[in-house]
Design a protein around this ligand. Structure first.
Ligand code: HEC
Length: 147
């Protein structure tokens, strides 16, 4: 009588298990790649964001004008704008505003603390990629960028 167990080498449960192991190691690699590129701590990628920046060059790290202003406009100005008063501010402190580069820089440490904690905007915090952009901007020395 031919033995079924010697036939294919792999029984279905075995190959399923192998597939799962392969899939989960792909997942682990993906997570490691994301962790490595999204700035754990304040490491900055020397290729994309040279420290000190210079003024112009080929620097494509985040700048206020190119990256940060739109994040603040969309996520913070609904409450933290000098154009809002009283109840329009939804409880945001009158002195914390982000309308301009100067205002953003003046409040950046407190703002970043809340952004990284995920408690501003109060609803659900900033999207993870926007949090990373803000961190990269800080690491690059909060450059203003071209108008
Ligand atoms: C829906 C309205 C709203 C939005 C949008 C919002 N905030 Fe706030 N913010 C508040 C309120 C209300 C407070 C005061 C209560 C508190 O501190 O949680 C506050 C307080 C703050 C403070 C002061 C905390 C301190 O150090 O005393 C900072 C800084 C701040 N927000 C930053 C931000 C940033 C940055 C964004 C956008 C990424 C943002 N907020 C978006 C309503 C808002």
């Amino acid at each position: 009588m031919p033995s079924a167990s010697m036939a294919g080498g792999h029984t279905p449960p075995h190959s399923y298990e192998e597939k799962m192991i392969r899939l989960s190691s792909i997942g682990v690699c993906f997570i490691l790649i994301v962790a490595a590129t999204s700035g754990c701590g304040d490491k900055i990628d020397p290729l994309s964001a040279p420290p000190g920046g210079g003024n112009g060059g080929g620097d494509d790290g985040p700048t206020y004008v190119q990256d940060i202003r739109s994040i603040l406009d969309q996520n913070c100005l609904p409450c933290h704008s000098t154009s809002k008063a009283g109840s329009q501010r939804n409880g945001a402190p009158p002195t914390i505003n982000f309308d301009t580069y100067e205002l953003a820089v003046a409040n950046i440490e407190r703002a970043n603390a809340r952004i990284q904690a995920g408690t501003m905007p109060p609803t659900s915090g900033l999207e993870p990629e926007n949090r990373t952009t803000v961190l990269d901007w800080l690491a690059a020395g909060i450059p203003r960028g071209e108008p």
